[in-house]
Design a protein around this ligand. Structure first.
Ligand code: NAI
Length: 468
């Protein structure tokens, strides 16, 4: 039986990064993966393919609507087959990259479903049913998450007409009318892809806001922008039924506050109502790995589960279901297993919605600060007053900075606008070092850049911005 210092089950961003870090630190490492390719949901059917389609559909929409304003006359024609091929090629390159990194770092790979046998042993069962056992001093569970569906509602996903995020990456024809259940990150990202490619998109959301949990002002303005782009919203609406019809599918929902149910017919329905931790068939009972009240693997501050030598990271444990959170936990747990200090700062985990424009945030929202009774100052700056944004016809949106009233320490930064997902990182670095709004405002920013709006918003928290 092969024996390792560390066996990682699952090779999504949490698992593969953990394995590489462990190997770099000198641990004899192996990974177990049941998919044919490495990279988990993110690389195969999540972040990476969706970003390929988001970018391509944005280019298509820009060519159709914005190029004229820049003096470029074109009549774009959609070749969906080629666009999907670009997405598939992007996935292949990325999953191949992980395979290369495993080889480079001398990480052994086992294809099959991993299951804990207790006592540091892992069974790996291949697709053809053949099984083998491996042994490890330490095991990291990085099995991620799966589509949750709608609580209390039977949904039969065929991934063609009624789809999860997986099917929504692969429509072979642009749906005439796409109904999206859930106005969260997946619903808005993938809904906006198909809206740009020509679908009528209706988002049905339970809460009375899209992007629940995001800064309220940002979410409101963002919804207005998406509505301007043609997306339709039914808020405060609880979906109670999704089923196939002869021509497509239908969605039934009722107002959360009471009232008559409504049904909309559609060509396709995307159900994006959250994800659940992936814990089935992993032998947790046998190995003594306990779950919490929400079905996530219970861990302590060092990612240790209730079973000795077994750790867990990423979507399968508590915290935001974000690839970069999983990666950071993967690095931290590898460092701890190797005898070093590992740490993740959960107060500074950026989050980005990759729509057009993007929405990005780090730290606390205004609502959270109010609820916690923390006195704060807010500074805002609109991209309409930014020279570079005007030159690129990307003036939609603003930067909002929240800083502690007494100490000036930056507590939260929220950006809606072109490139928000890149700009947010200067705020993340600043916050990691406990920086103040004045630190940010006194840092020279290159001109002309969109990032100057971040500096101006910082200036607005304690004095006056220059350009408004
Ligand atoms: P989500 O939790 O972001 O949004 C689900 C939405 O569905 C919520 O707003 C909820 O109120 C609504 N909902 C639930 N039941 C409903 C019902 N019966 N009727 C109407 N609405 C209902 O979940 P989503 O978008 O599926 O994403 C799953 C996970 O993946 C999230 O944790 C998200 O953060 C992560 N993700 C992150 C991305 C990013 O960071 N860019 C991209 C894609 C996914």
């Amino acid at each position: 039986m092969s024996s390792y210092d560390l066996v990682v089950i699952g090779t999504g961003p949490g698992g593969y990064v953990c394995a590489i870090k462990a190997a770099q630190l000198g641990l004899k490492t192996a990974v177990v993966e049941k998919r044919e390719t490495f990279g988990g949901t993110c690389l195969n059917i999540g972040c990476i393919p969706s970003k390929a389609l988001l970018h391509a559909s944005e280019m298509f929409a820009e060519a159709g609507h914005s190029f004229d304003g820049l003096g470029i006359e074109v009549s774009p024609k959609l070749n969906l087959k080629k666009m999907l091929a670009h997405k598939d090629a992007t996935v292949s390159a990325n999953v191949g990259g992980v395979a290369f990194l495993f080889k480079k770092n001398k990480i052994d790979t086992y294809q099959g479903t991993g299951s804990l046998l207790g006592g540091g042993k892992v069974a790996v069962t291949a697709a053809d049913g053949s099984a083998q056992e491996i042994e490890a001093k330490n095991i990291v569970i990085a099995t991620g998450s799966d589509v949750a569906g709608i609580p209390g509602v039977e949904v039969e996903f065929d991934e063609k007409t009624i789809v999860s995020s997986t099917g929504a990456l692969d429509f072979q024809k642009v749906p005439g009318h796409l109904v999206v259940v859930g106005g969260g990150v997946i619903g808005l990202e993938l809904g906006s892809v198909w809206a740009r490619l020509g679908s009528k998109v209706t988002v049905v959301e339970y809460l009375d806001t899209i992007l629940g949990g995001m800064d309220g002002e940002v979410a409101k303005q963002f919804q207005r922008m998406l509505a301007k782009q043609g997306m339709e919203f039914k808020l405060g609406a609880k979906v109670t039924g999704v089923s196939k019809t002869r021509k497509g599918a239908k969605v039934t929902f009722e107002p959360v506050k009471g009232g008559d149910a409504e049904t909309i017919e559609a060509d396709a329905v995307l159900v994006a109502t959250g994800r659940k931790p992936y814990t089935e068939g992993l032998g947790f009972e046998k190995a003594g790995v306990a779950l919490d009240e929400r079905g996530r693997v219970k861990t302590d501050a060092h990612y240790a589960t209730s079973a000795a030598g077994v750790y867990a990271i990423g979507d399968v444990i508590a915290g935001p279901m974000l690839a970069h959170k999983a990666e950071d936990e993967g690095i931290a747990v590898a460092e701890m297993i190797a005898g070093q200090a590992g740490h993740v700062n959960y107060d500074v985990i950026p989050s980005v919605v990759y729509t057009s424009p993007e929405v990005a945030s780090v730290g606390r929202t205004e609502e959270e600060l109010k609820k916690a009774g923390i006195e704060y100052k807010a500074g805002k700056f609109p991209f309409t007053a930014n020279g570079r944004a005007r030159a690129m016809l990307h003036t939609d949106g603003f930067v909002k900075i929240l800083s502690d009233k007494a100490t000036d320490r930056v507590l939260g930064v929220h950006i809606v606008g072109f490139g928000a997902g890149e700009m947010i990182h200067e705020a993340a670095v600043l916050m990691e070092f406990g920086g103040s709004a004045e630190d940010l405002a006194r840092t020279c920013h290159a001109h002309p850049t969109m990032s100057e709006a971040v500096r101006e918003a910082a200036l607005a928290t304690f004095f006056k911005p220059i350009h408004i």
